[in-house]
Design a binder for this molecule. Structure first.
Ligand code: MN
Length: 309
């Protein structure tokens, strides 16, 4: 096995997640944080659970809009009903992905199916859409099956992009990778990385060693770019999420459920949403209260730094 090539500019930063409340459920937010706003075009990463919730205490997120992004839900445990303004209505289960492309605008709801309680564990990510796609039509895709590969006692599930000779079916608009990595006690493996991508690893459960550094839940390990491989090992069961992508070349603003390029654009979308503008449509079959966009007045938004800054 050749030695890994790590150029001097390759970094390893440990970035703590922060706990936020999403519809009554505490989640760990790994992106954006003060230290890191983007990894490729991945601009948002929440981990909900793993947790067992009481009856009725799960996810109940009422109608809310998105623009300029894709929501990417990787379901690890539990069942959630998705409904949107395109008429989509389906249950996402463990091992499946929902990929909702907001484009110019969409509305959706997310609701735990099991009113008697049960398990919840999910990662929800957002992908900033490039200029060429962000004004386009909304779309929704559900992916019940994804490419799997096992090596050295490690099971890899390809969520986005290309790896181990396979290509994920998920429809994305910039060069990205997303991979779930399930490790068994005593496993050790090496994964090739694209050196022109920046990468980060989030430990979803258990603990593992990433490039010799312990990786535990509650911390995002940012690996920078210019790495050609990564070495992982585990002494216990562990599950990691690897994300990466070509450094995104557009300055994006992220506010509430919107990704845009200017405060005016975001403010206009918020005004339209709160006024019930037809830009966003409605969710058939919904019984949850509609969310209200907060005021942007006095809010200073900081553009996400691009790779060069
Ligand atoms: Mn949403």
């Amino acid at each position: 096995m050749p030695e890994a090539t790590v150029l001097p500019s390759a970094v390893l930063e440990r970035i703590p997640t922060r706990t936020v409340d999403v519809g009554g459920l505490p989640v760990r937010r790994a992106l954006p944080t003060r230290a890191r706003r983007l990894v490729g075009a991945w601009c948002f990463l929440d981990q909900a659970g793993p947790v067992q919730v009481a009856p009725g205490a799960g996810i109940h997120v009422g109608p809310h809009p998105h623009i300029g992004l894709q929501t990417f839900t990787w379901m690890l445990d539990g069942e959630v009903m998705h409904r949107d303004s395109l008429g989509s209505e389906l249950v996402i289960r463990a091992g499946q992905i929902n990929l909702m492309t907001a484009g110019h605008g969409i509305v959706h709801t997310e609701e735990s199916l099991d009113q008697t309680g049960g398990a919840i564990h999910a990662a929800q990510l957002w992908i900033a859409l490039p200029e060429s796609r962000r004004h386009g039509p909304a779309a929704f895709d559900h992916y019940p099956e994804l490419p799997l590969h096992t090596q050295d006692g490690v099971t890899l599930t390809l969520l986005a992009g290309q790896a181990f000779g396979a290509e994920a079916p998920t429809r994305i608009y910039s060069p990205l990778i997303g991979m779930d990595i399930a490790m068994t006690p005593g496993s050790r493996t090496e994964l090739p990385l694209a050196p022109d991508f920046e990468h980060a690893v989030l430990c979803l459960r258990g603990s593992a060693s990433v490039e010799g550094h312990e990786c535990v839940p509650g911390e995002l390990i940012y690996l920078g770019a210019q790495r050609t491989q990564i070495t992982l090992s585990a002494t216990q069961d562990a599950q990691l999420l690897l994300i990466g992508g070509a450094p995104f070349q557009e300055d994006v603003l992220l506010w509430w459920n919107f990704v845009g390029r200017s405060t005016e654009e975001l403010s206009h979308a918020a005004t339209q949403w709160n006024a019930g503008d037809s830009r966003f449509g409605t969710v058939a079959g919904n019984h949850l209260p509609r969310l209200v966009a907060p005021s942007l007045e006095g809010v200073q938004l900081r553009p996400t730094p691009t790779a060069s800054t």
